[in-house]
Structures are given as structure tokens and as C-alpha cells.
Design a protein around this ligand. Structure first.
Ligand SMILES: [Zn+2]
Length: 127
């Protein structure tokens, strides 16, 4: 049995839906949603509304904490690499060739291994 998570929406329990109404008969309360999986905000919120509630309360603190963008960023050849994967690719002689890095400015493509593709820290971009 998978463990249930609570929605992180600060007002989740204030929305009157049948599935939030829980407890013994005569003593039911609207409660924060609890599920094994959520689809919003990196698996932390039960709905777009709950994610938005969190944002409107905490977004300023989050930006101050993690640092605001204070100057425009520039997309150049040196940081325009993205990863791409062709789901329809079939080449039994070259099974790794469906993973690649693509430069969105120069259009150059370079092959990637599956491990490089799945490694969130691997990039050709200069930092
Ligand atoms: Zn919620």
C-alpha cells in the first residue's frame, strides 16, 4: 500500500466538495485532501486552485529566499542546448541514437546516452 500525501494547499480544507467531507457520522468535517498521487506543483497539490492558493501566499517569500532575476538572461549558442528524444526512432544497430542534445540556435545535434539523457545534472550548456 502506498503512503498517502496531504495536499499542500493552505486552503484545501475550505473547499466544500464531497470527497473532502470526512469523519464519523454526525461529526464530519471538510479536510485537506489525502492521496497517493497529485498532479500539480511537482506532486504536492490536488488541484490548480490549491497550487494557486499556495503561490499567492508564498511566492514573494520564495522569490526573496531563492533569489530574484534582476537582469535579463541571454540565450546564446553556449547555453542553448536542450535534450531531445525520438519516441518513434527504431534502429537496432544503433539503439542509443534516439537520444540527443540539440542546440536551439545553431540546430547542431549531438548523440546522448540514455544515462546522460536521464541525468538532470548532465548538460552541454556552459554555466
Ligand atoms: Zn488541495
Amino acid at each position: 500500500m502506498s503512503e498517502l500525501k496531504l495536499c499542500q494547499g493552505p486552503k484545501c480544507h475550505t473547499y466544500h466538495t464531497k470527497d473532502r467531507l470526512k469523519g464519523p457520522k454526525g461529526n464530519k468535517t471538510y479536510q485537506t485532501r489525502r492521496r497517493s498521487n497529485f498532479y500539480y506543483g511537482n506532486n504536492n497539490f490536488c488541484s490548480w486552485v490549491c497550487l494557486n492558493d499556495w503561490n499567492s501566499i508564498y511566492i514573494e517569500q520564495a522569490l526573496d529566499h531563492f533569489g530574484r532575476t534582476t537582469e535579463p538572461k541571454h540565450l546564446t549558442e553556449q547555453n542553448a542546448w536542450t535534450k531531445d528524444y525520438d519516441y518513434n526512432w527504431r534502429d537496432d544497430n544503433n539503439p542509443r541514437s534516439n537520444y540527443r542534445s540539440v542546440n536551439s540556435i545553431t540546430k547542431e545535434q549531438r548523440p546522448l546516452t540514455e544515462a546522460q539523457y536521464n541525468d538532470n545534472n548532465y548538460t552541454l550548456n556552459e554555466r
